[in-house]
Structures are given as structure tokens and as C-alpha cells.
Design a protein around this ligand. Structure first.
Ligand SMILES: *Cc1c(COP(=O)(O)O)cnc(C)c1O
Length: 447
């Protein structure tokens, strides 16, 4: 092609498997040109997932892209680095002694594995007492991520979901208690919900479970879904107990690719003690000449993100992570203040321990809703700032949510606040952007 690229005037292949290939240059341009119109991560205030890493980390990632993490026999150093990360996380989460855990593709895989271990441990306890094992249930709030319901359906466990309320978006011991019985494999509590960024009353739930153990001999383990909060609370609220300092907390998942500050593709599952991992779920196999223990749903995957996680741990340390989290928190507070001052919005739970985000809604009496604001803001400046409805029993409440991450500088925060003000002025003048029926289905907060 002398002038421009082939796809200037041709459609991109999108159906049948291509018969002929093309030059590397054409292929690269074809994909590059498609990606130009992809969403811009710098304006993405919806995602919890990391969109920026330092060039040195990017180099490490690029240099190790070919490395299959699961080939422990060939790549023992990557496996050792995984173990270092697990020990550091266990320490960060205040494990009392020797622990075990694993890297996963994200918190979803970590939750599936953690919950499977709860199920197996429960089964073992029941079998020892010669009691039936056919009706396991799992207790959690309506404020959890969809993966918890997925686990229940995929692995045949009855979900006992505590509904939220119009004015309460997390759960506590009084909500959980009526749902627990001898078939309860565990309780899951969230540290940093996707809906408003708050935590369930983990201390209260732990107290309840400790009490049940004493009174009724029911040993119900507590799993903490710290997908987002697991890398926020230790640095912003180090004195707040939610982790292995609490007796019934037996396992924790955390997403390395959220506030662990690594690109997508890494999560962690950490057990309190080695015995909290059901031995039946570990497979020992002789693979490529070495006996290897595996506890995963996936098999082959890149080693790069494990190395990138280790890079962040040694690069930042506690002080560095604290600095980054505080910077985000400071900017989130600045945004929250501006939104409140504008008179258009009210904040949701801004006085409580929270992820570095701003959850807010319109003040009463507007002629348009939160979905209109989200749409108008995107139309005017391209910001992706989601609106959604809350989960069952609180679904009348509509929320807007802005993640305030490392990439959102104070200048951008000020601009965003101004743009939200302008969007409201536009909507004040012209009314709602579209009929409210259209977005009723789009209730997911996005992750
Ligand atoms: C993001 C998230 C998940 C799912 O985690 P992935 O790392 O995206 O698989 C689960 N629970 C909570 C609370 C989350 O925020």
C-alpha cells in the first residue's frame, strides 16, 4: 500500500476465519485504528482496576510476557516470588503464624477457591459427626459482588442473601444471625463494597460468630472479600480490625489489580492457617518432571503480573502504599467537598471509613435523574462516571460513583467538579436526557 492503509477503504475481517493473512504492519494498524475509539482510561472513573503503572514496572511486564506462571519446574523463581508475595500479604493482614495462599486471576477466582474450601471444610466437619452434607448454604449481604451468587450457582450452594435497606447499604451481625444454621459453610463480609465503598460490620459479625461457637458449638468461618479494601484499609485505617486479628476470619481475597496497583490479571487468596485450606482441593501431579501442588481453577497464565505485584511491594512498601492511598483519599475528599458545595448533590456515607471514591446522588427536587447526569457528563467532556441503582430492597436509590485514583490529579478533580456543575446546568435548562425506562436494566455499578 503506497498511500494510507488497506483498511482505509476495506471492512475489517469480522466473521469467517481469514483465508489469507496480511503484513504485520497492516495487522498492527488495523488493531491500532480500532483502539483509537476505545474508551480512554484517563477518563474512566468507573473502574476499580489499575490503568497506570510506572515505566519500570511496564518494562518488567513486557520482558516476562512469554513466561507461563504454572510451569514451576521451568520457572521456579517466579514461583518463589509468588510465595514472597503471599508471605507479605499474610503479614499485612496480620496472620498469626505460618499461612498458605495462592495467586489467582483476580478476586473472582480467589473467591471461588476460598468458598470451595469453606464448602469442603464444612463437609469434613459434618462427615465427622455423621450428619448429612447435601444442603450447604452461604450467608452474605446484597452488597456483595456478583461473583458470590455465581459461586453458589456453579457449585450448588444455597445463597442466603441479606437484603439491604433504603438507608443502609452494608450488613451487620443482626442481619446475618437469622440466616445461620448448622448447614452454613461460612459468612462472607465485604471490605469496600462496589456500590458505596463502605465495609460491612466485620467486627460485629466476628463477635456474633465467636459467640455462636461458644454457645451452640457452631464453628462458622468468616471470609473477607477485600477485593478493593484489602489494599486500602491497612494503609488508611491501620487500627481498624477486619483481618486475621479477628478470630473467625479464616480467609481473605484481594485484587492485586485494584488497589494493589497492578494491571489486570492478578488476585490473591490468603488463608489464616495452613489447615484452613481443604487438603482435598490441592492436586499433586508430576508435571514436566517435578511434583507440583496446584490449587487453581485456571492453569496456564502469565508470570508478569506476579512479578509486577512483587515490584510494587518492594518499590512502595508500607510507606509508599500509604502515601498513594492518602493522596487518593485527599483528592476524593476535595471532590466530595466541591460536589456538596455545588448544592446539586448529596454524599453517601462520606463520614465513614471508605474506599477512595465519591458516592453521591442528586438532591431532592431535580427534574432529571442520576442516569441523566452520567450521560450528560459523558457527552460534554467524555468522563465515564457510572450511575446505577442499589441492590434489592434499596433499588429505588440511584447512585453516581467516581473512583479517585492515582491518575486523577487535583487539577483534574477540579475540572471534573466543574464539569458536573455544567452538566447539571445543562440539564436544569433542558430537562432529562432520556426517559428513565431505558436505563432501568443497567443497574450494575461496573467494576
Ligand atoms: C472487583 C470485586 C470483585 C471481583 O474481583 P475481580 O478481581 O475483578 O475478579 C469481587 N468482590 C468485590 C467486592 C469487588 O470489588
Amino acid at each position: 500500500m503506497l498511500y494510507g492503509s488497506r483498511f482505509l477503504t476495506e471492512d475489517a475481517p469480522d466473521g469467517p476465519f481469514p483465508e489469507d493473512g496480511m503484513s504485520a504492519l497492516d495487522a498492527m494498524r488495523l488493531v491500532d485504528e480500532e483502539m483509537v475509539l476505545e474508551g480512554d482510561p484517563w477518563r474512566n472513573l468507573a473502574t476499580f482496576v489499575t490503568t497506570w503503572m510506572e515505566p519500570e514496572a511496564q518494562r518488567l511486564i513486557a520482558e516476562n510476557l512469554y513466561r507461563n506462571f504454572i510451569d514451576h519446574a521451568e520457572y521456579p523463581i517466579s514461583a518463589e516470588i509468588e510465595q514472597r508475595c503471599i508471605r507479605m500479604l499474610a503479614n499485612l493482614f496480620n496472620a498469626p503464624g505460618e499461612t498458605t495462599g495462592c495467586r489467582t486471576q483476580g478476586s473472582s477466582e480467589a473467591i471461588m477457591l476460598g468458598a470451595l474450601s469453606l464448602k469442603w471444610k464444612w463437609k469434613q466437619r459434618r462427615e465427622k459427626e455423621s450428619k448429612p452434607t447435601d444442603r450447604p448454604n452461604l450467608v452474605f449481604g446484597g452488597d456483595v459482588h456478583v461473583v458470590w451468587e455465581k459461586f453458589c450457582r456453579y457449585f450448588d450452594v444455597e445463597p442466603r442473601i441479606v437484603p439491604l435497606r433504603e438507608d443502609k447499604y452494608t450488613i451487620g451481625p443482626e442481619d446475618v444471625e437469622p440466616h445461620i444454621d448448622e448447614n452454613t459453610i461460612g459468612v462472607a463480609a465485604v471490605l469496600g463494597t462496589t456500590f458505596t465503598g463502605h465495609a460491612d460490620d466485620i467486627v460485629g459479625i466476628d463477635e456474633l460468630l465467636v459467640g455462636l461457637k461458644g454457645d451452640k458449638g457452631l464453628d462458622v468461618p468468616l471470609h473477607i472479600d477485600g477485593a478493593s479494601g484489602g489494599f486500602v484499609w491497612p494503609f488508611l485505617y491501620p487500627d481498624s480490625k477486619w483481618d486475621f486479628r479477628l478470630e473467625q476470619v479464616r480467609s481473605i481475597n484481594v485484587s492485586g489489580h485494584k488497589f494493589g496497583l497492578v494491571y489486570p490479571g492478578i488476585g490473591w487468596l490468603i488463608f489464616r492457617e495452613k489447615t484452613d485450606l481443604a487438603e482435598d482441593l490441592v492436586f499433586y501431579e508430576n508435571y514436566l518432571g517435578k511434583t507440583d501442588a496446584t490449587f487453581t481453577l485456571n492453569f496456564s497464565t502469565g508470570a508478569s503480573m506476579v512479578l509486577a505485584q512483587y515490584y510494587n511491594f518492594v518499590r512502595l512498601g508500607r510507606k509508599g502504599y500509604t502515601y498513594v492511598m492518602k493522596a487518593m483519599e485527599t483528592n476524593a475528599k476535595a471532590l466530595a467537598e466541591k460536589l456538596e458545595e455545588s448544592g446539586n448533590f448529596e454524599l453517601i456515607g462520606a463520614d465513614k471509613e471508605q474506599l477512595p471514591l465519591v458516592a453521591f446522588k442528586l438532591v431532592e427536587g431535580k427534574s432529571y435523574d442520576e442516569f441523566d447526569v452520567s450521560w450528560q457528563l459523558s457527552a460534554e467532556r467524555g468522563w465515564m462516571l457510572p450511575a446505577y441503582t442499589m441492590p434489592p430492597k434499596a433499588e429505588e436509590v440511584k447512585v453516581l460513583r467516581a473512583l479517585v485514583k492515582q491518575t486523577l490529579s487535583r487539577e483534574q478533580v477540579d475540572r471534573l467538579a466543574g464539569d458536573l456543575q455544567t452538566a447539571c446546568e445543562t440539564l436544569d435548562a433542558k430537562g432529562g436526557a432520556h426517559p428513565s425506562e431505558r436505563h432501568k436494566m443497567k443497574a450494575s455499578p461496573g467494576y
